[in-house]
Design a protein around this ligand. Structure first.
Ligand SMILES: Nc1ncnc2c1ncn2[C@@H]1O[C@H](COP(=O)(O)OP(=O)(O)OP(=O)(O)O)[C@@H](O)[C@H]1O
Length: 258
């Protein structure tokens, strides 16, 4: 299916991040790889998007370019009104700190700090004070209120990952990028975490973009974008795990996997 023929979900929230004609090429000559090939995509406020696709299809590259962690070869990436390619290193660092939240597979919590200190650390570093009401809302939504004085090694894996989600949300970022956030969790803790991510989108009007290989994880999203060979080849609104699995099998049957 050509990208222009992709069906779109009716959406109403403002666009908070957009890529237009985004290409990313690594290397040159024989080692040249086109990781992203003229991708057009928009992410709206209050929307939870999962990105799926075979290994090497460009999922991480798309996320890194959208988040200002990697430069683009051509095309445009905007977060809010800001064109990322127009920014210098210091401005990019500030934009990532103020406008983008990250949740990685490894929780990246500091072991000597309490849960609360971990949650507020990025804002402390930035010299900003978290909005106490917002912080309380996040902590309640994530079921962490009884755990704030604990250090990471006193928390379960699921609780640690919830602290990582709270940390990503505390500065009220424009957009949260999550890279396989349930990869290190058992299925119950994973389901809980995905429920909280969904809750942050619906109850707190956040915007979440999640890379995953797991059809069950993808089914928590409002829509799934499928990448193959650096292009968005399909989009599924209101996904179910079995529909996502069927779509992945169909791609494999068409020889689209690497
Ligand atoms: N730093 C790099 N240098 C050279 N090639 C790279 C680099 N990063 C990624 N690539 C290549 O770009 C393509 C897309 O990689 P990317 O990591 O975005 O895929 P992915 O869909 O996230 O894969 P996976 O599911 O395995 O994590 C791959 O062919 C990869 O080998």
């Amino acid at each position: 299916m050509s990208p222009t023929a992709v069906p779109t979900t009716p959406r109403t929230g403002a666009v908070v991040a957009r890529a237009t004609g985004l290409s990313k090429v690594y290397g040159a000559g024989e080692t040249r790889v086109t990781a992203l090939d003229a991708v057009d995509v928009a992410f709206r406020r209050g929307e939870f998007t999962a990105i799926m696709g075979p290994s090497g299809s460009g999922k991480s590259t798309l996320m890194h370019c959208m988040a200002g962690l990697d430069t683009v070869s051509s095309g445009s990436v905007r977060i809010g009104d800001t064109e990322l390619s127009a920014l210098g290193d210091r401005q990019l660092t500030r934009l990532r700190r103020d406008k983008v939240g990250f949740v990685f597979q490894a929780f990246n919590l500091l072991p000597t700090l309490t849960a609360l200190e971990n949650i507020t650390l990025p804002m402390d570093i930035a010299g900003r004070r978290p909005d106490p009401e917002w912080l309380q809302e996040i902590v309640n939504a994530l079921g962490l209120s009884g755990r704030l004085a604990h250090r990471p090694n006193q928390l379960s894996g699921g609780q640690q990952q919830r602290v990582a989600v709270a940390r990503a949300l505390t500065s009220r970022p424009e957009i949260v990028f999550a890279d396989e956030p349930t990869g290190n969790l058992d299925s119950r803790a994973g389901a809980e975490l995905l429920g909280f991510l969904g809750e942050s989108v619906r109850a707190l009007d956040q915007t979440v973009v999640m890379v995953t290989h797991d059809p069950v994880a993808a089914s928590y999203a409002d829509r799934v974008l499928f990448l193959a060979d650096g292009r968005i080849v399909d989009e599924m609104p209101r996904p179910t795990a079995s529909a996502v699995l069927d779509r992945m099998k169909a791609f494999e049957a068409h020889g689209r996997t690497s």
